[in-house]
Design a protein around this ligand. Structure first.
Ligand SMILES: *[C@@H]1O[C@H](CO)[C@@H](O)[C@H](O)[C@H]1NC(C)=O
Ligand SMILES: *[C@@H]1O[C@H](CO)[C@@H](O)[C@H](O)[C@H]1NC(C)=O
Length: 243
């Protein structure tokens, strides 16, 4: 009796899995997520030296797939002309002056993004990420609307409202939630694009859970979506007076 129930359950599971697999085309992504992080927050988790007092690039992630082609190796020579921009706007916060971070992002996400013709080379992929980053100018937009690092707290609705109003699409804003729960720390902002690189609403996707642990699974503290009720701390760069 027990085993029959188990079989039924398993079969139900199989059916669900295979039907969703068929429904969602297994090969192609439909959205790209441009992820930017706040170095002070990131480094408080990873114990690195933030150095940067602007939002830096974390990655350009397709909503479907990871590590799509392990034989397509990262080759920094192919993006030589982009390096000054990469070092400034897409720095490796953990191992400065190395290209490990870019290699990691390429292997995990770039090889999947590259299924689209528009991104089917390393130069196209990294170049497009930089281009989207500059087009968004998230850092400039936040400053323009007076969201600046500060010792006083923001409400989440205020921050989200400004980003949402400015870009007219739903972002995904992530915080770290230290024990105690009185405050959450602003850490990562995702803004989404469709396959034509037009702004699009961010949604929960199959890779959501995976992305939360992307790169950050070492310490047990990780980004998760900020909640609406808890005050938000936007930490200034240590040693720099806040504005
Ligand atoms: C994987 O990448 C290699 C090297 O660029 C390429 O030759 C090969 O066609 C790719 N495989 C797939 C399945 O895209
Ligand atoms: C990297 O790309 C350059 C330029 O195409 C090429 O000459 C070099 O052999 C590549 N390096 C590796 C390790 O594939």
């Amino acid at each position: 009796m027990k085993s029959l129930a188990l079989v039924v359950l398993l079969c139900l599971g199989c059916g669900l899995m295979s039907s969703s697999f068929v429904l969602a085309s297994p090969h192609m992504w439909s959205k790209l997520i441009l992820t930017q992080h706040w170095p002070s927050t990131f480094c408080s988790m990873e114990h690195c030296d933030p150095k940067f007092d602007y939002w830096t690039l974390h990655g350009l992630w397709p909503d479907k797939g990871q590590e799509c082609n392990s034989s397509w190796h990262f080759n920094v020579t192919l993006i030589q002309d982009l390096l000054p921009d990469m070092q400034k706007w897409w720095p490796d916060l953990i191992t400065p002056a190395s290209s490990e971070f870019w290699q990691y992002e390429w292997q995990k996400h770039g090889t999947c993004a590259a299924k689209a013709e528009s991104l089917n080379s390393q130069h196209k992929y990294f170049g497009k990420a930089l281009e989207l980053y500059h087009t968004l100018d998230l850092d400039g937009v936040m400053k323009k609307f007076n969201i600046v690092p500060s010792e006083t707290y923001y409400t989440f609705d205020h921050i989200e409202g400004i980003i949402l109003n400015f870009y007219s699409v739903k972002p995904k804003i992530q915080c770290i939630h230290p024990k105690g729960g009185k405050v959450q720390i602003l850490g990562q902002i995702e803004i989404c694009f469709n396959s034509d690189f037009q702004l699009a609403n961010c949604e929960h996707s199959e890779t959501d859970t995976l992305r939360l642990i992307d790169f950050l699974n070492v310490k047990g503290t990780e980004f998760s979506v900020c909640d609406h009720a808890t005050p938000v701390y936007y930490p200034p760069l240590k040693g720099k007076p806040s504005m």
